[in-house]
Write a protein that binds this ligand. Structure first.
Ligand code: NAP
Ligand code: ZN
Ligand code: ZN
Length: 348
């Protein structure tokens, strides 16, 4: 029997989020069902309900920073039992047979991973619905184990903001001896600062919000540069081995490429609605590169969660009532998040 599920959904790309009911599937033999306790609010949720990237599937229930407690498991589930704390991030399935899936890079599945919402199951037909809801059902292979040691609400953003910044820092082996700049202090940015500092890098925050300087330092940044101040930007030209670019809005990539040292890499995790405009000279000068990175695979997501439990790393959050979600979006759009909204699902 399918399970009646309460949610908040956008009915069209111009409508606000409002209550909506749907059914989660009956758990299959390898499925885990859990009560969602908290769900983080990612800027990708906003991009998608407004069709800023591509036409979405509506009604859309956003949310891919999902944590909760297991209430049912299918007959063949081995990894989890009723009562366990678990999480689901940006994916709920993938083909499992392609080279990337076999390498634990399910986010780059050659046959298309199933996004947690605004996507389809592997049948390519059944729509997926995300975590702004009270119940989740997911194959155990895409469910993550969550430590009981950490503040659960503050763990939720690790499922996207956390892994999306942890993964490139690990891939490019960023740590001691590296000067790394984080561009944009929001949900992803504040996790990038925490991880880069934890890995031993010298961290500079590049922000267009003067009010965030104190917080940047508290989060672990060693330096703060106000990007709206041309003199401050000039002073850090040719300075960084890496830039982690988390900005959600269009911005001038050429300016930031100029802040890299020779062979430096600007790693884009932010996805503004419009394509990047990059001049060839910005790259060939000092042999710089620009790269991208998408979330992280399931094994690395578990590694990141375990790392956070061991080092006591969580997100800095503002816990909100689900009825305030549309106001939260307005604030996020203005860069006014300190530093991740998390929905308390008890308010649904
Ligand atoms: P967020 O919390 O809204 O943070 C974005 C930050 O960008 C803001 O806090 C602000 O920082 C800066 N910013 C915003 N508007 C700006 C503007 N007009 N000019 C300059 N800076 C501006 O967003 P988020 O949830 O961290 O997500 C950031 C981006 O990453 C989004 O595009 C999202 O879709 C994307 N994303 C990608 C992946 C992936 O797999 N690669 C995963 C998750 C999210 P300051 O105030 O400090 O300047
Ligand atoms: Zn996200
Ligand atoms: Zn695959």
């Amino acid at each position: 029997m399918a399970t009646a599920t309460k949610a908040y959904a956008a009915q069209t790309n111009t409508s606000p989020l409002a209550p909506w009911n749907f059914e989660r599937r009956e758990p299959k033999p390898h499925d885990v069902q859990f009560d969602i306790l908290y769900c983080g609010v990612c800027h990708s949720d906003l991009h998608q309900i407004r069709d800023e990237w591509f036409p979405g599937i509506f009604p859309m229930v956003p949310g891919h920073e999902i944590v909760g407690r297991v209430t049912r498991v299918g007959d063949h589930v081995k990894k989890y039992k009723v009562g366990d704390l678990v999480g689901v991030g940006c994916m709920v399935d993938s083909c499992r047979t392609c080279e990337n899936c076999k390498d634990g890079l399910e986010q780059y599945c050659e046959n298309g991973s199933s996004q947690t919402y605004n996507g389809t199951e592997q049948d390519k037909v059944t729509p997926t619905y995300g975590g702004y809801s009270n119940i989740m059902v997911c194959h155990e292979d895409f469910v993550l184990r969550i430590s009981e040691k950490l503040d659960l609400a503050a763990v939720a953003p690790l499922l996207c903001a956390g892994i999306t910044t942890y993964s490139p820092l690990r891939h490019w082996k960023i740590g001691k001896g590296h000067k790394v700049a984080v561009l944009g202090l929001g949900g992803l940015g504040h996790m990038a600062v925490k991880f880069a500092a934890a890995f031993g890098a010298e961290v500079t925050m590049l922000s267009h919000s003067p009010s965030k300087q104190k917080d940047a330092e508290r989060l672990g940044a060693h330096h703060f540069v106000l990007t709206s101040d041309k003199e401050q930007l000039k002073a850090v030209r040719n300075s960084f081995h890496f830039i982690i670019d988390t900005v959600s809005a269009p911005h001038d990539y050429n300016t930031y490429l100029g802040l890299l040292k020779t062979n430096g890499v600007q790693i884009c995790v932010g996805v503004p609605p419009t394509p990047l405009q990059i001049h060839g000279f910005s790259l060939l000068g000092n042999r710089r590169s620009i790269a991208g990175s998408g979330i992280g695979g399931i094994p690395e997501t578990q590694e990141m969660l375990d790392f956070c439990a061991e080092h006591n790393i969580v997100s800095d959050i503002e816990l909100i009532d689900i009825k305030d979600i549309n106001t939260a979006y307005e604030r996020m759009l203005k860069g006014d998040v300190r530093y991740r909204f998390v929905i308390d699902m008890a308010t649904l």
